[in-house]
Design a protein around this ligand. Structure first.
Ligand code: CFM
Length: 554
């Protein structure tokens, strides 16, 4: 592919060979043999054979010590990601203050307190037991009890959740016993999570632990069937930068009733009632597929994969909902909403495309956005050169069909698998086997996710658990027009003269979901790839070539 319009002088140093196999060899060349062997299985050149099979990629494995990775910890996945965005649970971090502080709203998850009748919103508060040396030595259960009591006295919440950090596991505090005791004493729902940071290999373990806890302690507590004809849950949408607000707006326009979102703009009451919905939509498969699977087994709620990132993907996802309920009234409404929303989106896209067309992106984020955001770049006429997840599993890359082939290692075995069976009274398969078959024949896929790799082009580089060294090399070799990652990568990449868009917190922007979100993203990316500021960047070694010897990569 021809290089994109070239006003960026740093592109002069592009290496003459961007052949992905050679690039892979060069990335590995620096490593000791054992590390190179391990990373070789995590750096894959994408190939798609005619029956849709993609190469095997090693993922959800330990990061090699010494490589500066992008990952977070188990506690981050449980408290920060899955439970954190719920406004009316007092989420107490049992641990040193830093764990609580750095998982407190840094990902810009938003909420609308007015949508709860009681107006409870504890998200502006950072609750922590602030463990000190004394608790590490003599145990922290007493201080935890006091913290729960204090939170109860001050806020009278309906629920309190306790999240364990590394030292809690190391010293052996029994947070579950404390929670049980305080639950009996105070008469509200109190539950704990053994989500110590070191459990598992990344935040992915924390997602699983959070899913288990919420299913065990909350889902199914309220059987009231709320009003609404087309009642759904949205799973794996965390309202970063207001994404969930935009999706809610579309549901409302379509006449679709949202029972619960896990967990953007959410409340514990909605979780308790969520098993009464008739369909689960999974947005982020990685973080929440466990709840969907358990709800299906126990209550009979089927799930489908959706994606509200990208205008075409949004339209497709809305159509999937209509297909499922299969009623003319809904189908007509969905089509009318798409027809009404699309002109503005198309106009915005047409306006920026002359400047974005042919530009090249790299995306290294989490466990779902590296896939979803490729949709938006495609709409801008941009190509994804390389992408990868921090902590995705093989099914997120290759599709759920590989689930039976995934070897369960000791790290995964550490995470509890709940034994779920159909609820004797409440199990209710929402659609009959015959109806399901009929819908499947029309193309609606249940319980399926195809993964990221089948959607990526031949020869693109798929890299799991990318590290700082490899980031530097990729940027130097390919000189992409934009790099998408997080705050830890942002300034290192920008020092190379390449703009970096944070896809975790959205920097200061968003929403990027749905139709209005797509317009925001088009304009943001146009601004970033068209900015002239990058051409003025000259690193010291570019001004003084003699310095570059220290920066040679061979
Ligand atoms: Fe799911 Fe997420 Fe993501 Fe994730 Fe995350 Fe996130 Fe992410 Mo940051 S739940 S996997 S653990 S979509 S916080 S809202 S952006 S790494 S790609």
């Amino acid at each position: 592919m021809a290089m994109a319009a070239d006003d960026n002088p740093t592109k002069e140093i592009i290496l003459d060979n961007q052949d992905p196999e050679k690039v892979k060899a060069r990335l590995l060349a620096k490593y000791p043999p054992k590390v190179a062997r391990k990373r070789a299985k995590q750096i894959v050149v994408n190939r798609i054979d005619p029956d849709g099979k993609v190469p095997v990629i090693s993922s959800n494995v330990r990061t090699v010590p010494g490589l500066i990775g992008q990952r977070g910890c188990c506690y981050a996945g449980c408290k920060g990601v899955v439970l954190g965005p719920t406004r009316d649970i007092v989420n107490i971090t049992h641990g040193p203050i830093g764990c609580g502080f750095y998982s407190w709203l840094t990902r810009r998850n938003q909420t609308d307190p007015d949508s709860s009748a009681d107006g409870h919103n504890f998200m502006p508060y950072c609750f922590s037991t602030d463990m000190q040396d004394e608790e590490i030595i003599f145990g922290g259960e007493k201080k935890l009890k006091q913290a729960i009591q204090e939170a109860y006295d001050n806020f009278k919440p309906k629920a309190i959740a306790v999240f364990s950090t590394c030292p809690v596991g190391l010293i052996g505090d029994d947070v579950h016993a404390v929670c049980r005791e305080m639950k009996t004493k105070l008469g509200i729902n109190i539950f704990g999570f053994s989500c110590e940071g070191y459990k598992g290999v990344s935040q992915s373990a924390g997602h699983h632990i959070a899913n288990n806890g919420i299913f065990k302690h909350v889902v199914g507590l309220d059987d009231t069937i709320k009003e609404g004809k087309y009642r759904i849950n949205l799973l794996g949408e965390y309202n970063i930068g207001g994404d969930a607000f935009e999706i809610e707006r579309l549901f409302e326009r379509c006449g679709v009733t949202l029972v619960a979102t896990y967990s953007g703009n959410s409340s514990i009451d909605a979780f308790a009632n969520s098993h009464t919905a008739d369909l689960n939509l999974i947005m982020c498969h990685r973080s929440i597929n466990y709840v969907a699977e358990m709800m299906q087994t126990k209550f009979g709620v089927p799930w489908i994969k959706v994606n509200f990132i990208g205008a075409a993907a949004t339209a497709k996802s809305l159509r999937k909902i209509a297909q499922y309920f299969d009623e003319k009234e809904l189908t007509d409404k969905v089509e009318a909403v798409i027809a009404a929303e699309m002109p503005a989106v198309e106009a915005a896209c047409t306006a920026v495309r002359p400047r974005t067309e042919g530009k090249r992106a790299m995306l290294f984020v989490g466990g779902s956005r590296a896939h979803h955001y490729q949709e938006l770049f495609a709409e801008l006429g941009m190509m994804t050169l390389s992408a990868g997840y921090e902590f995705g599993h093989r099914d997120d890359y290759e599709g759920r069909k590989v689930l039976p082939d995934i070897k369960v290692d000791a790290d995964s075995r550490n995470i509890e698998e709940l034994d779920i069976t159909p609820d004797p009274e409440r199990f209710n398969p929402r659609i009959s086997g015959a109806k399901k078959e009929e819908l499947e024949a029309k193309g609606l896929r249940f319980g399926e996710y195809n993964g990221m790799m089948p959607d990526m082009s031949e020869g693109s580089m798929v890299i799991d658990d990318l590290c700082q060294y490899e980031t530097d090399q990729l940027v130097k070799i390919f000189k992409p027009d934009i790099f998408c990652a997080g705050i830890k990568e942002k300034y290192a990449v920008q020092k190379h003269g390449i703009p970096l868009k944070q896809l975790h917190s959205y920097d200061y922007g968003g929403p990027y979901a749905g139709f209005k979100g797509a317009v925001n993203f088009y304009n943001e990316i146009d601004r970033m790839v068209s900015s002239r500021v990058w051409r003025y960047i000259r690193a010291p070694w570019q001004k003084h070539p003699e310095l570059s010897a220290t920066y040679a990569w061979e």
